[in-house]
Design a protein. Structure first.
Ligand code: AMP
Ligand code: ZN
Length: 125
């Protein structure tokens, strides 16, 4: 198991959670507050605070992480979907352990999730 932070919610979830998909080094869970009919989070077991530190993953892990996002979407039955990473508080990041949002399902594929809408509104102010 890669290095983890004891007080990190997503490190705990990566150790034991109700996964919708699990692979070597990565888990996927349903978002507790879904912004689309299907809203899944992909969480690497390795703790990095944000996407800014994505360089801490070696090339193989990075590739595996992207493949795992695509595999997870397929596993939960999505063909069309959005993949989103909030980077930093003003972009809507609230949990400081890198995670990928997968949003889809229903007719809402074109809808902008609220966190993004808020961040865009703030940037436009
Ligand atoms: P972000 O705002 O990009 O940091 O995303 C954090 C996401 O984690 C939000 O969409 C929350 O709804 C979700 N979340 C927070 N706590 C939990 C939890 N215990 N289980 C599942 N999702 C969670
Ligand atoms: Zn963590």
């Amino acid at each position: 198991m890669p290095k983890q932070h004891d007080d990190c919610l997503f490190c705990s979830i990566a150790r034991e959670g109700a996964y919708v998909h699990k692979g070597k080094g990565f888990v996927a869970i349903n978002d507790i507050n879904p912004q689309a009919p299907v809203h899944v989070l992909v969480i690497p077991e390795r703790h990095v605070d944000t996407f800014r530190e994505v360089g801490d993953f070696d090339a193989r892990e990075s590739r595996r992480m992207l493949e795992f996002v695509a595999e997870t979407a397929e596993k939960v039955g999505l063909r069309d979907y959005r993949v989103l990473v909030n980077v930093g508080p003003s972009a809507g990041q609230t949990v400081f352990h890198l995670h990928w949002h997968i949003l889809g399902g229903g007719d809402t594929g074109a809808e902008v999730p609220s966190a993004v809408a808020t961040a865009v509104a703030e940037l436009e102010e």
